[in-house]
Write a protein that binds this ligand. Sequence first.
Ligand code: ADP
Ligand code: ADP
Length: 233
Amino acid sequence: ASVIELQQVSKSYPMAGETFYALQHINLSIAENDYVAIIGPSGSGKSTLMNILGCLDTPSNGHYQLAGRDVSTLNEAALAALRNEAVGFIFQSFNLLPRATVLANVMQPLVYRIMSNKKRQAMALDALQRVGLANKTGHFPNQLSGGQRQRVAIARALVTKPRILLGDEPTGNLDSKTSREIMALFDQLHQEGHTIILVTHEQDIADHCQRVIRLVDGEVEQDVRNEQGARLH
Ligand code: ADP
Ligand code: ADP
């Protein structure tokens, strides 16, 4: 079943009295457990597409369905709720709260959920176990390496049991050895059944994924299955 469906999606901005299209005619279907890289030159629309997929922004035209919900019809509050429930974000800069412990960082997406603090802690600990950091719950981000910080961020993305994991240059701030470790973790999560979408300009990362979508000037220029990537898993 497809978890993501885009039909004729465009995103436009008014510019000098005209309409500038950051994205246009995007038709895209992403299946459950797909492992996708979105690539393309700077300015091609990758961030714009990621913001739409992650429900941080809505299309100007067309339809976007995430987990069966038509995102285009949602108001700001409903969009925020869907984002929290269905999307796990992973950023280049980790975006951890510096004054919060590892456990508190991972619990953060659950703060507005109606559940006991004990339950939040148990879910956060479970997510930390899945990234191999259950022994760092009391540490602060500045006591961890870059790779460990990104693992914490991945645990935070996992804690809500989202339908999609969305990474924005998730290895962009890591050295090559640490990048490979983080990609191995994404491989593991993919094998466990997660749907993973990574925006990247690194060919190594794209080669690792099972499907590569290339944007140029706001349009899908190429959308290919990567047999090599598939064989790695
Ligand atoms: P990429 O992530 O591939 O570098 P972006 O999605 O950031 O590309 O941008 C695509 C195009 O849309 C660029 O030309 C950019 O300048 C333009 N753009 C993005 N956001 C806005 C905005 N808020 N207002 C006007 N133009 C924008
Ligand atoms: P950069 O790649 O420059 O580090 P980020 O990855 O931090 O940028 O952010 C990418 C996009 O995600 C931006 O549109 C930003 O507004 C949004 N964003 C950043 N941090 C968060 C957050 N904690 N929650 C939701 N959206 C965020």
